[in-house]
Design a protein around this ligand. Structure first.
Ligand code: IFM
Length: 470
């Protein structure tokens, strides 16, 4: 087929390597709803949303996009889009309502049906085991502060792989453990709402240990590819001043390296700026060998860069507009060795995040430079933007965002970075955690009152671009 599918005035995207996967992404708590059906247990997000003042407008994931009942319509939307793959997550409390013990068959049945429906449409399932919805029963025992949760996670991974290992092509253990640790346990803007500041760091280790323990369990039960997904942000220094550079290095270690060096290099990054010793007592002999089990893919989520200064140091440390700005007060309270500063001169998303497509190229070439041969092939497991979308109003900003980032990704591949797929966040508007239903990331608009799905202009744009490749 030729490029005639792409509408007049739209630029055709460059050609990607044969076999490159185009996909969309979602997560269980953000879309499924049905929180009390078929034996699902309570998760930390059910409890968190029930606390007054936690979520904008008092929204919850109780119904979300009602995907638990409307999944056939959502699979049809994916098929209409022409994607090769779909990244979704399994809700742990559907499989083990109490976080331990035998599988709840009805919970597995839901994902079994979904996976079969995807296969019928030639859509490769990319399954994330943990996208933040810990069974509340495990939280009652300390959650990820408790080392035992890592063992529970590996047990849960085995139950899912026993049922779906023959049909799921891509297995992602954890989604964005940095966000889960920092927002969930350090500053409390996400579930479980703990405000432990730097005392949350054992959570990072236990999440990584859970990942590492799950890898051989998955290897035994599936021939699919195994990955972890981290969120990365290229770090820009506010000025070239040494204090700002040191601050940027500290931030880079925390956000970009804490969850990657142990996995790919088998060691911790230098966290001395945070007062963390080289061998913290919560890391036991042999843990890093478990955590660094070889992977088939690295999942990379990218939204925007971060501009860092020394706290109060460079005279340019006003709170920024990045993902960190909302937590600036907490950062100062924690006495962290960096300050987030504004990135100016770029458009911003509805969230206020700067739109910097070149940051994706910078990130990918930077990962290759840092990890070299230790870097597995990459999947971009999330990229996308929120916008104030109304049905019938073309979401030109999202099209521009995606077009720019896909071109930056293409340049990175041309420059030698091995990237095998790109998943857009998100297929449908959904429950955006503390922001409730307010931030719309979907290619498809969802009217949360009626559950009506309306494809946006970006959906049609992507469909036409994908059709033009064939
Ligand atoms: O919605 C989230 C997703 O759950 C994890 N990555 C970032 C997205 C947008 O904030």
């Amino acid at each position: 087929m030729t490029h005639t599918h792409v509408r007049r005035g739209e630029r055709v995207l460059p050609r990607f390597p044969e076999g490159f996967l185009w996909g969309t992404a979602t997560a269980a708590y953000q879309i499924e709803g049905a929180v009390k059906e078929d034996g699902r247990g309570a998760s930390i997000w059910d409890a968190f949303c029930a606390e007054p003042g936690r979520i904008r407008n008092g929204d919850t994931g109780d119904v979300a996009c009602d995907h638990y009942h409307r999944w056939p319509e959502d699979v049809a939307l994916m098929a209409g889009l022409g994607v090769d793959a779909y990244r979704f997550s399994v809700a742990w409390p559907r499989i083990q309502p109490e976080g331990r013990g035998p599988a709840n068959a009805a919970g597995l049945d839901f994902y079994d049906r979904l996976v079969d429906a995807l296969a019928e449409r030639q859509i490769t399932p990319a399954l994330t085991l943990y996208h933040w919805d810990l069974p509340q029963a495990l939280q009652d025992g300390g959650g990820w502060l408790n080392r035992d949760t890592a063992h529970r996670f590996a047990e849960y991974a085995g139950l899912v792989a026993d049922r779906l290992g023959d049909r799921v092509g891509i297995w992602i253990t954890l989604n964005e453990p940095f966000v889960h640790m920092s927002e969930g346990y350090a500053i409390g803007t996400h579930a479980p709402g703990e405000t432990l500041l730097l005392d949350a760091l054992p959570v990072a280790h236990h999440l990584l240990l859970g990942h590492g323990l799950a890898v051989p369990v998955l290897r035994e039960r599936t021939s699919g590819q195994i990955a972890i997904t981290n969120n990365y942000s290229p770090v820009w220094t506010a000025t070239g001043a040494p204090a700002d550079r040191r601050a940027a290095d500290a931030f880079d270690a925390l956000q970009n390296r804490l969850f990657t060096d142990p996995v790919l290099l088998g060691r911790l990054p230098d966290l001395a700026a945070f007062g963390v010793p080289a061998e913290p007592d919560y890391i036991r002999d042999g843990d890093l060998a478990v955590i660094s089990a070889p992977l088939d893919r690295l999942g990379v989520n990218y939204y925007s860069p971060t501009r860092i200064a020394a706290p109060g140091g460079s005279g340019d440390a006003a709170p920024g507009a990045s993902v960190l700005s909302e937590v600036e007060g907490h950062i100062q309270a924690a006495g962290l060795p960096f300050a987030d500063t504004p990135i100016e001169g770029y458009p911003v998303t509805a969230f206020g995040w700067p739109v910097v497509p070149g940051g994706l190229h910078e990130l990918l070439t930077g990962l290759r430079g840092t990890y070299g041969e230790a870097l597995p092939p990459i999947l971009i497991t999330e990229n996308g933007c929120s916008a104030r979308d109304e049905p019938g109003t073309p979401d030109r900003d999202r099209i521009a965002y995606l077009d720019g980032h896909i071109r930056a990704l293409h340049r990175a591949i041309e420059d030698g970075v091995d990237v095998r797929g790109y998943f857009i966040w998100s297929l449908i508007d959904n429950f955006e955690w503390a922001e409730g239903n307010d931030q719309r990331f979907g290619l498809v608009h969802v009217d949360f009152a009626t559950q009506k799905r309306t494809p946006k202009a970006s959906y049609h744009w992507l469909r036409d671009q994908l059709a033009a490749r064939r």
